[in-house]
Design a protein around this ligand. Structure first.
Ligand code: NAD
Length: 254
């Protein structure tokens, strides 16, 4: 059984659909319970799918949802795709500290709470498993447009967490990796961009990304599924970059 957080939308939704199509049972967790149940209803698997409202910043809710998913789907978790995320932009000196805390809470602490809960269940079952967290190019380079301090700090934390968990739990057969998606067509990508500026920004992004386009959410989701499954059996602690070439290019433009 695989737990997918943020499965109500975007990359998490596509990861849930792909996991179901590959025959896994899937628990879709999202703060938006309606969206979680909608995705679960779309998942095609004989193994079973369940949609649950879950705020990943709430330690008790995470534990309850993982336990309930195990009970209702008849199997403890063997995999996690932690895709719940938010982006609140703004210059560091002007950003309310509450926005900073929210971004760190959802993106970093939420990933940690899910990872520790799934790792605990794997250790209890004496089973190996695979965890996939969502990082970002912002973990490695600053966005040229600026104003991404909280988001970048949260993703830098996710990438560091992945390395640490991979080393700590490798001996238990538990693999932990990150996907590093580039610009991907989801609500999150546009969260900090006023509606009137989106078309111009999309054109700018396409002109700067080496592959010349914005990703479809199924593209990073496929990378997550590869990390989740047996074809990546000797891969742990890695940051699987699926960013259209953004990190390869990072430089000034003169
Ligand atoms: N879209 C991109 O360009 C991009 C690039 C790099 C990394 N990422 C990362 O990929 C992951 C998935 O993002 P996406 O682009 O699919 O975004 P999205 O907005 O399509 O989906 C995010 C989901 O997370 C859920 N969510 C938000 N707060 C939550 C909470 N507290 N508890 C549970 N669920 C919560 C939302 O309801 C939503 O369904 C995120 O971690 C994001 O930072 C996205």
């Amino acid at each position: 059984m695989v737990i997918v957080s943020g499965g109500g939308s975007g990359i998490g939704r596509q990861a849930a659909l792909l996991a179901g199509a590959s025959g896994m049972s899937v628990a879709v967790l999202d703060a938006d319970g309606v969206a979680a149940r909608r995705t679960a209803a779309e998942v095609s698997t004989d193994a079973g799918a369940l949609g649950l409202e879950c705020d990943v910043t709430d330690e008790d809710a995470v534990r309850r949802c993982v336990e309930r998913a195990g009970r209702e789907l008849g199997a403890p978790p063997t995999g996690l795709v932690a895709a719940a995320g938010v982006d609140i932009g703004g210059p560091a000196h002007a950003m309310p500290a509450s926005d900073w805390r929210r971004v760190l809470d959802v993106n970093l602490t939420g990933s940690y709470l899910l990872a520790r809960t799934v790792i605990g269940a794997l250790l209890e079952a004496g089973a190996g498993g695979s965890l996939v967290l969502c990082s970002s190019p912002a973990a490695f380079v600053a966005f040229a447009a600026g104003g991404a301090s909280a988001y970048a700090a949260s993703k830098g934390g996710v990438s560091a967490l992945v390395r640490t968990l991979a080393v700590d739990y490798g001996r238990h057969g538990i693999r932990v990796n990150a996907i590093v998606p580039g610009p991907t067509e989801t609500p999150l990508m546009w969260a900090s961009v006023p509606a009137g500026e989106r078309a111009a920004m999309a054109a700018q992004v396409c002109s700067e990304v080496p592959l010349g386009r914005i990703a479809d959410p199924v593209e990073p989701a496929r990378a997550a599924l590869w990390l989740l499954g047996p074809d990546s059996s000797y891969v742990t602690g890695s940051q699987l970059v699926c960013d259209g070439g953004v990190l390869a290019k990072a430089s000034i433009s003169v």
